[in-house]
Design a protein around this ligand. Structure first.
Ligand code: DGL
Length: 263
């Protein structure tokens, strides 16, 4: 069996690469729902349905464990999938999100003045704000930065510094000690953010998820032992484009076979 990793697009691919680099022996399947990207502006019902489609596809491909590498989908759909869908349909498989590991990392840090940026879907739930208020007793601002994903998905990297300045004027991000990148796509923005805010500590999921997943596997031998170890990764998208092929090649540092699948 394999480890599945999914997102609406490029963001999850960054996480998938970081995971494979950290644990190269396992077999992985990556799925990007490029047909339905971006998820961030969609309704909760649509995000739930799209998320479930991705998970069902990965289970049909023999994944024992799925990493839902999309903050928006985690905030809106993960709890229901874990509490209602899995016990009924796949009691011996699991879906893990990217928000809880990020929260643990923030809790372990000494930073108190933190803000979160993410999609509109994520900020509507205020999941980071509520959970950090409960556990650390700190108040954090959660801000929607919806221009960033479309820019990243459409070769607009050169416009990112302007977009960052625009959001900084609106939300005063630089006035904090830390910034949570509450969207897996934003791992791609680390360099631009560092240049704009050299003093800010960035919490980015590509640096957090691989070690947390490794810990999870070490604590759950039934999962660890079920996953085959041939060092492979297969790639699927729900809408194949040459741009996505280019992005996948760039991120993987080699030409990858990107397959199209209907979800
Ligand atoms: N990468 C996704 C996330 O972490 C969102 C991108 C999208 O809007 O589809 O929230």
């Amino acid at each position: 069996m394999k480890i599945g990793i999914c997102d609406s697009g490029l963001g999850g691919l960054i996480i998938a690469q970081a995971i494979q680099k950290y644990m190269p022996n396992y077999d992985y399947i990556y799925l990007g729902d490029t047909l339905n990207l971006p998820y961030g502006q969609r309704s909760q019902k649509v995000i739930y349905d799209l998320t479930l489609n991705m998970i069902q596809f990965l289970f049909s491909k023999d994944c024992k464990l799925v990493i839902l590498a999309c903050n928006t989908a985690c905030a809106i759909a993960l709890r229901k999938i874990q509490q209602e869908y899995l016990p009924k349909h796949y009691p011996d498989r699991n879906v893990l999100g990217v928000i809880d590991p990020m929260l643990e990392e923030v809790q372990e840090s000494a930073f108190k003045k933190i803000s979160v940026i993410g999609t509109e879907g994520l900020t509507r739930t205020n999941i980071y704000g509520e959970r950090l208020a409960e556990t650390l007793n700190i108040k954090i601002g959660t801000y929607a930065t919806p221009l960033l994903v479309p820019l990243l998905e459409n070769d607009g990297l050169f416009l990112i510094p302007e977009a960052i300045q625009h959001y900084n004027q609106q939300f005063n991000l630089a006035a904090n000690e830390g910034l949570i990148l509450g969207c897996t796509h934003y791992a791609h923005l680390k360099r631009a953010l560092k240049e704009s805010f050299p003093e800010l500590h960035l919490f980015s999921q590509d640096e957090i998820i691989p070690k947390k997943l490794c810990d999870y596997l070490n604590r759950h031998s039934n999962y660890k032992e079920a996953i085959s170890q041939n060092g492979t990764m297969e790639f699927y998208v729900s809408d194949y484009t040459s741009r996505y092929q280019r992005a996948a090649n760039e991120l993987c540092g080699r030409t990858v076979l990107l397959r199209e699948t209907l979800l």
